[in-house]
Design a protein around this ligand. Structure first.
Ligand code: NAD
Length: 422
């Protein structure tokens, strides 16, 4: 078993560290956030991620998982160092590598001889070279090992991935990294670094394309009077298409798709290719936010003096991540138009600017002219809709996730509008 340092204890880093400890490795996780490290050392999990508490607790109890402040402290003792720091969108849309470079500069002087540094952050083609330069350590190999986990299912995705991709120029470093995944039942492929880095961006861009495509199909369904739920079911039975990621919604968001699509457009541009297909995918997504906000305002009969109840704030269910959440994007448009928004989300209780965050879903609906469902939390399906109708000013629902039972709502006297179906 190996000694692994994981730099960055966010959604990817904490999952990576805890899961490698679960697989039997000795893992030291490092962060620069003092509060986060303190909380982790007290056994608290700073994020909502199903099952993560159990693997972290197991790792701490076995002594195989520890947390320290600062990358250098962790890296000095480990033969493998995973970089799991942010790669946010830069001013021109390309990925900002400053966190990666800062972490690499910090660990360069302290790494043991022949260590392997691994990029798990999503980074553009050529980033292994950037890390090599920042490390300043010719004896250390740099490998790309992109992460494909989904928030809300991160632990399961890490331990049972569809594949593990390792991009390396140095074959022995690739084999050493591959050995860390013994016990993970998944196809493992070794490529050159550029291909590994491109696989990650191409996957996210393709998934975003699928979502924008189905949202465009939903718009057509509304225009021609078709029901998108039937259309996607019929499409999904085609094995070449599949059912996954074929659900219309309020638009895609989250911490990855928005920045990764723009980064791939920027990578393409830098290398002389105009990725206008992907620019269209992004444009369709921005239109979707506007379409959903318009739908809500139409249902409310305008914005001024109207109260809107919103169920869901996070970018998807089973996470507390609000980064680039479509729900926030749409609520922002409603508030800008002059409406009052009261919201409920099972994972969010802290105050948010411009929104009254309510302690329960019924309180959010009090006096509301319309209820909009923006995140697909399971519990929204099982609420007492008679009670909801009683507290609302008008029983109107815009279901931006096609999540609630339309017939049951119509029976109870609600008006209902979904996406791609009336
Ligand atoms: N979140 C996802 O679903 C997901 C999935 C696949 C890939 N990724 C990629 O993984 C990377 C990390 O994403 P995330 O969502 O985990 O980010 P995050 O913001 O949740 O976590 C990043 C952590 O790194 C820490 N950090 C920053 N600089 C540091 C340094 N020098 N030393 C130690 N710690 C440092 C931050 O304090 C933070 O805790 C990004 O490149 C992202 O695109 C994310």
């Amino acid at each position: 078993m190996s000694r692994i340092a994981v730099i960055g204890t966010g959604y990817v880093g904490l999952t990576t560290g805890a899961c490698f400890a679960h697989l039997g490795h000795e893992v030291i996780c490092a962060d620069i956030d003092v509060d986060k490290v303190d909380r982790l050392n007290r056994g608290e999990i700073p994020i909502l991620e199903p099952g993560l508490d159990r693997v972290v607790e197991e790792g701490r109890a076995s002594g195989r998982l520890t947390f320290v402040l600062g990358a250098a402290k962790a890296a000095a003792q480990c033969e493998f160092v995973y970089l799991c720091v942010p790669t946010p969108q830069g001013a021109d849309g390309s990925a900002d590598l400053s966190y990666i470079e800062a972490a690499a500069r910090e660990i360069g002087p302290v790494l043991p001889a022949d260590a392997v540094v691994i990029n798990k952050s999503t980074v553009p083609v050529g980033s292994t070279k950037v890390v090599e330069r920042a490390l300043g350590r010719p004896d250390v190999s740099v490998v790309s090992n992109p992460e494909f986990l989904r928030e809300g299912a991160a632990v399961d995705d890490f331990l049972h991935p569809d594949r593990v991709v390792i991009g390396a120029d140095n074959q022995s470093a690739a084999v050493r990294v591959a050995s860390l995944y013994v016990g993970v039942p998944a196809p493992l492929m070794v490529t050159d670094p550029a291909s590994a880095e491109t696989i990650k961006y191409a996957c996210n861009a393709f998934l975003a394309t699928k979502l924008s495509f189905v949202n465009a199909v939903a718009a057509i369904c509304e225009a021609v009077g078709a029901d998108v739920n039937d259309v996607i079911l019929g499409m999904g039975y085609d094995k070449r298409i599949g059912h996954e990621f074929l659900r219309p919604g309020p638009g895609w968001g989250g911490s990855c798709f928005p920045k990764d699509t723009l980064a791939l457009i920027a990578i393409a541009e830098e290398h002389g290719y105009d990725f206008h297909l992907l620019r269209g995918v992004v444009a369709v997504n921005n239109e979707q936010f506007a379409r959903v906000a318009d739908k809500v305002l139409k249902a409310a009969g305008g914005a001024q003096g109207k109260r809107i109840a919103a169920w869901g704030l996070t970018f998807k269910a089973r996470t507390d991540d609000l980064r680039e959440s479509p729900a926030l994007e749409i609520i922002g448009r409603l508030v800008d138009a002059g409406a009052e928004v009261r919201a409920y989300d099972p994972a969010i209780s802290r105050p948010m600017p411009g929104i009254e965050v309510c302690p329960d879903p019924y309180a959010a609906c009090e006096g509301a002219d319309v209820l909009v469902v923006l995140t697909e939390w399971d519990e929204f399906k099982w609420l007492d809709m008679d009670k909801v109708r009683e507290v609302m000013a008008s029983p109107r629902v815009v279901d931006a996730r096609n999540h609630l039972d339309r017939s049951a709502l119509l029976r109870r006297g609600f008006t209902y509008q979904g996406i791609g179906r009336s």
